[in-house]
Ligand binder design. Structure first.
Ligand code: FE2
Length: 375
């Protein structure tokens, strides 16, 4: 069952890793130029900065895509012997870096490494005419890493080495505001290892736990624990597969990604109907929810401000907790391997994750798995 495990904070507790937000999410991809076009034309991100051959970088190219507070970096290798090429060969396109905005990147590195984190990037200061940025990094699950970014002495477009980029195409944003949460899929019996990592190494707390009784359908199951940073600005749910009659969606992910990794990125909007209408018109594919879901949903969640008809047409799900309600929808995977997908979420008071929708959602995922022959 769902268990609330949020302990009361005590006055003595000092957050040794204060995080101000998600600084950027970096993807390693096979073709950054084309990915940038997709994120611009389909999801409404504006390409704002670039580094690559034209800026004197010889081994890779990166496009920085921005929409409100969300910053995605799409990076590709320019040669086969690059670690970026290795990453793409193994995982397909996927998230390499979850970068966290901090006030002190050196201290963030020292505090986490001291508590057992494996170093990925020793603290480094990069400078250009706009100031300096300090970055450092540690490993997390799979080949994913966290980079700590300290940019209080910087006013350039992104990071030193990047140049402003102006697209010939006008960007039409769709109202995506900020990263609400990012979910990691880990292997069998690995969840508690990573829960402990976020607790001990990063000072996060386990605020919510779902076991396989919450998240199982006739066929497949998973377990999930939600980890939250000290002040709650960063939330990382962690999923582990659970025994079911058939293959769970987490196992399918692990098979195709080739390791543990980021399963979905949830991005917030203030108007989900408008955002999803736009995204669907631009070709972003979402999971289909059966019409029967909408016959009983209001009995479960009570009054909502929105009309039900557009939610039903678009396939938007609704859930309620003690604090309010939320609207959410899940995309199909955004690459050919069934790995990373997106959630679009509008919170109207609720701070939870849509537990009431798990069954409908997982049945929708299973219908897709069936089509892929991977159930
Ligand atoms: Fe989510």
């Amino acid at each position: 069952m769902e268990t609330l495990t949020k302990p009361a904070a005590t006055a003595q507790e000092v957050d040794f890793l204060p995080i101000m937000g998600t600084d950027y999410v970096e993807f390693y991809v096979g073709n950054a130029k084309q990915s940038a076009h997709y994120y611009q034309s389909a999801f409404g991100y504006e390409p704002v900065a670039f580094c690559g051959l034209e800026t004197g970088v010889k081994d890779k190219a990166s496009y920085v895509m921005q929409q409100n507070k969300i910053r995605l970096v799409l990076t590709t290798a320019l040669s086969p012997d690059s670690p970026i090429s290795e990453h793409v060969k193994k995982h397909g396109d996927g998230v390499k870096v979850i970068a966290l905005w901090v006030d002190d990147a050196r201290k963030s590195f020292e505090e986490t490494v001291k508590r057992g984190a494996k170093a990925y990037l020793q603290p480094v200061t990069e400078k250009d005419e706009y100031g300096e940025v300090v970055r450092s990094g540690i490993h997390t699950y799979g080949e994913t890493v966290h980079i700590f970014v300290e940019r209080k002495n910087y006013n350039g477009i992104f990071l030193p080495g990047f140049k402003p980029y102006k697209s010939m195409k006008k960007t039409e944003p769709v109202g995506l505001k900020y990263v609400d949460h990012m979910v990691g899929n880990v292997g069998w019996n690995e969840m508690n290892t990573w829960v402990k990592f976020y607790e001990d190494v990063m000072g996060f707390r386990n605020i919510l736990t779902f076991d396989d009784k919450d998240i199982s359908t006739e066929y497949s199951a998973l377990m999930s624990k939600v980890m939250s940073s000290g002040d709650g600005r960063i939330k990382f749910p962690i999923n582990e597969p659970a025994e079911g009659k058939k293959k769970s969606q987490v196992e399918e992910y692990l098979d195709f990604y080739g390791s543990q990794g980021v399963q979905h990125i949830a991005v917030a909007t203030d108007n989900i109907i408008e955002t999803v209408t736009n995204l669907q018109q631009r070709g972003v594919e979402f999971l289909k929810i059966p019409a029967s879901y909408y016959e009983t949903v209001l009995d479960r969640v009570g009054h909502i401000d929105e009309d039900l008809a557009p939610l039903k047409d678009l396939g938007i799900l609704i859930d309620r907790d003690e604090e309010g309600y939320l609207l959410q929808i899940f995309s199909k995977p955004v690459e050919d391997r069934p790995t990373l997908f997106y959630e679009i979420i509008q919170r109207k008071g609720a701070n939870s994750f849509g537990k009431g929708n798990f069954k409908a959602l997982f049945e929708a995922i299973e219908r897709e798995q069936e089509l892929r022959g991977t159930l």
